[in-house]
Design a protein around this ligand. Structure first.
Ligand SMILES: Nc1ncnc2c1ncn2[C@@H]1O[C@H](COP(=O)(O)OP(=O)(O)O)[C@@H](O)[C@H]1O
Ligand SMILES: [Mg+2]
Length: 326
């Protein structure tokens, strides 16, 4: 069987930094492969290795069966790449940007122009086609950048955090476009920091941290390891913490998370509403009045903690992380 792309024990070291520390994975053709991990996990490094921008320190990478080091040109001819930061020229119009890429691909001017129009139409950018890119919103830039990666009609598309920093509505628009591309038969590697995005789009998800693959599976399989939704209690009083833990642990202590500094306890639940009532009652019967109770979908942090027993960020960054709640 041929894979859209595969890595075999790929390492990429920068001095002492192990950006990739032996990653092995295979992505089926015609599917969306999600690569989920926090900042610094090694996602962009994987994208760079696969798109021949860097060579691995050791191990091999193949795209459409072609070795990225032995035949980089062969690889480049099959892929499209939209990087983490939109790489479009501010002073050109949207159409000029795509047309320029087309001409770089060796298309005749007229054909490049037609191709640009077709792509802009597909990405709902026709109205803005003749405006300078500097007037575009963040979402429009990302779409244009994605458009540029489509010029060569790639069979395989690498999208590196295509929605990071976008507002929810714009993210959803991009999701629709990505889904459409996959439906049309394009194999896609999508990196993301958001569990909900991988959940929404990816047929298969690889979770990566510190340059290592820590889990792989469908979204349902990953969530099953977590148990479902999370109930979160925030306490008012530090003195209540131990008693609250004991009450909660009578309900369930598997994958329970407790943060004594922030006075937060989280537990995974299977029957969300029923379990929320049950465990809240247990807390209440222990005479504890939480300052907040919530039920939410697992975050990337929750998945990480369950998979690794570690937070995605070192303790010292916890305060700032809490402020910028993901
Ligand atoms: N050119 C480089 N030189 C030194 N360290 C690098 C370089 N590129 C990436 N790294 C380091 O490798 C790790 C993985 O980076 P990256 O792949 O960009 O992570 P991600 O895309 O998941 O945020 C990080 O610790 C980063 O600082
Ligand atoms: Mg990155």
């Amino acid at each position: 069987m041929r894979y859209a792309f595969e890595l075999n024990n790929v390492k990429k070291h920068y001095g002492k930094v192990k950006a990739l520390d032996g990653v092995t994975l295979k992505a089926e053709e015609g599917k969306i492969f999600g690569m989920l991990g926090p900042n610094g996990a090694g996602k962009s490094t994987i994208v760079k290795v696969l798109s021949t921008l860097i060579e691995p320190t050791s191990g091999t990478a193949k795209v459409a069966g072609i070795d990225t080091v032995k035949n980089p040109t062969g690889v480049r001819n099959t892929i499209g790449l939209a990087g983490q930061f939109a790489a479009v020229d501010d002073f050109l119009t949207g159409k000029e940007n795509i047309q320029m890429v087309g001409q770089l691909y060796g298309l005749k001017k007229k054909i490049a122009k037609a191709r640009a129009e077709e792509i802009l139409e597909r990405l709902s950018l026709t109205d803005a086609a003749n405006r300078q890119v500097k007037t575009y919103s963040g979402g429009m830039r990302r779409r244009l950048d994605l458009g540029a990666s489509l010029v060569g009609k790639p069979k395989i598309l690498f999208l590196d955090e295509p929605t990071t920093g976008l507002d929810p509505r714009t993210r959803k628009e991009l999701w629709d476009i990505i889904r459409e591309l996959a439906k049309g038969g394009t194999s896609i590697l999508l990196t993301t920091q958001y569990l909900d995005e991988a959940d929404e789009l990816a047929d298969k998800i690889a979770v990566i941290d510190y340059g290592k693959l820590i889990a792989e599976g469908t979204s349902a399989q990953l969530k099953k390891r977590l148990g479902g939704d999370m109930v979160e209690f925030e306490l008012k009083n530090k003195n209540d913490f131990q008693a609250a833990l004991e009450a909660v642990d009578r309900f369930c202590n598997e994958n329970r998370q407790a943060d004594e500094d922030e006075l937060i306890i989280k537990i995974p639940v299977k029957n969300s509403a029923d379990d929320l009532l049950t465990v809240t009652k247990m807390i209440d019967e222990a005479g504890i009045k939480p300052s907040n109770i919530s039920l939410h979908k697992p975050t990337l942090d929750d998945v990480f903690l369950a998979l690794t027993g570690k937070k995605t960020k070192p303790e010292s960054e916890k305060k700032s992380k809490k402020r910028s709640k993901r």
